[in-house]
Design a protein around this ligand. Structure first.
Ligand code: ASP
Length: 409
């Protein structure tokens, strides 16, 4: 059986077993979770997290050096960032639209007298941007600060490209390191069905179904917006800009999306997402290794959708009407918030407080959605990873076409 099929079965089994736990006693679930599901899930997570930093560093150095010309990197960089910003804006509009259409926070359903939420400080965006250049690259690696690692790797890659012959030894060293890492990722991917099953069953079992209650409409709004974005925006980009097949894309990229679903972490999914994009979708290494790591930290359309729906929802619950200026403000701050969201579970919710503060909505409203956020995190992370891969795929297909055209003439 191929890996995709195995993962598909693991996903379904994980969901079924997770839901099944709500019909057993909490003690039984806790025992199974503590001694089987959590440890197996954590082992899988540790395995993939173990290689995230080396893979990002090595592949970006190689990718940048492989491009040869810093101007080319600049061009791809601009295309990537433009793609990320436009798709995030579309995601936000879909989220806001869905919030108005379904009115999940309609008056009268929610009692907000007793809700409280302890706000957690979101990192200031300007600080994140200035700190992209690390003072200490080793510290950046040990703390896994992705943007800093990316910046440092780009410097090294450009230097290797410029120095050419002189640094051929170290270039070969990076190539060999890359081979080793690819070998390890391929081995880890074989364990994905088991890891995914354990993580999903544990997450759904822990979340329970009781939390859903009055939040069903909110969940439906988020899920529909995620589906619309994934089924329309990305396919249109793949077909329109990349002249490639969206169906092929989703079929091949599915294993990476399911790892995102089970880990709720774009960062953890990165090694597998890059492998799948390069091996199955034929995305150029030099493009994938730059576009996807960058996307896993700054491009989060799924998170943006949740933040948009949540903002509209909270405004409705507190019966505060939003004007045109507020909507523009949501677009701006939620874009920044999704850029600032780290690719780890639940951070999108912390960043939501920044959006709410900016618009003057009560941050306590977050308390209402916390209970169902874990489940939605799984879905939005899958979309986050798909967005990054879509961008890499589109740019790579375009490059290939351009080169083929140039070769002909
Ligand atoms: N879990 C998401 C990710 O890693 C971030 C979030 O929305 O919380 O992409």
């Amino acid at each position: 059986m191929n890996l995709t099929k195995q993962i598909m079965i693991a996903l379904i089994l994980g969901v079924v077993v997770g839901i099944g736990f709500s019909f057993t006693t909490p003690e039984l679930f806790n025992t199974i979770d503590t001694y089987v599901l959590s440890p197996v899930g954590q082992l899988f997570l540790n395995l993939i997290m173990m290689i995230v930093v080396p893979i990002v560093f090595v592949s970006i150095v190689l990718g940048t050096a492989g491009l040869g010309d810093p101007a080319k990197l600049g061009k791809i960089g601009i295309q990537t960032i433009a793609f990320y910003l436009v798709t995030t804006a579309i995601a936000l509009l879909i989220g806001i639209g869905m919030g108005y259409l379904l009115e999940p926070g309609k008056e009268g359903v929610f009692d907000v007298d007793n809700v409280s939420y302890e706000e957690q400080a979101a990192p200031p965006i300007m600080e994140t941007l200035v700190n992209i250049i690390p003072q200490n690259p080793i510290e950046a690696m040990s703390s896994g600060d992705m943007l800093q690692i990316i910046a440092f790797a780009i410097f090294i890659g450009i230097a290797i490209a410029m120095l050419g012959e002189k640094t051929v030894g170290i270039y070969r060293l990076f190539e060999q390191a890359n081979d080793i890492l690819i070998f390890i990722v391929n081995a880890i991917m074989k364990t994905a069905p088991y890891g995914a099953f354990a993580l999903i069953a544990s997450a759904i079992g822990n979340a329970g179904l009781d939390a859903l209650g009055s939040m069903v409409m909110y969940m439906v709004a988020v899920i529909l917006a995620l589906i619309i974005h994934g089924a329309l925006t990305y396919p249109l980009a793949i077909k329109g800009l990349g002249k490639a097949s969206p169906l092929h894309f989703y079929k091949e990229f599915f294993p990476a999306m399911s790892v995102a679903f089970s880990t709720s972490s774009s960062s953890a999914t990165l090694p597998i997402a890059m492998r799948v994009a390069q091996d199955k979708l034929g995305v150029r290494k030099s493009i994938s290794s730059f576009v996807q790591p960058l996307g896993s930290t700054i491009n989060m359309d799924g998170t943006a959708i949740m933040q948009a729906v949540a903002t509209v929802f909270i405004a409705q619950v507190y019966a505060i009407s939003l004007g045109f200026n507020d909507i523009v403000m949501i677009l701006l701050t939620a874009t920044l918030a999704s850029i600032g969201t780290a690719g780890v579970p639940s951070v999108g919710l912390i960043m939501l407080s920044m959006v709410l503060n900016q618009i003057g909505l009560p941050v306590e409203g977050i308390a209402l959605i916390i209970g169902v956020d874990r489940l939605l995190d799984m879905l939005r992370t899958s979309l986050n990873t798909a967005g990054d891969a879509t961008c890499a795929y589109v740019i790579s297909e375009n490059e290939k076409r351009k080169e083929a055209k140039a070769a002909k003439s």
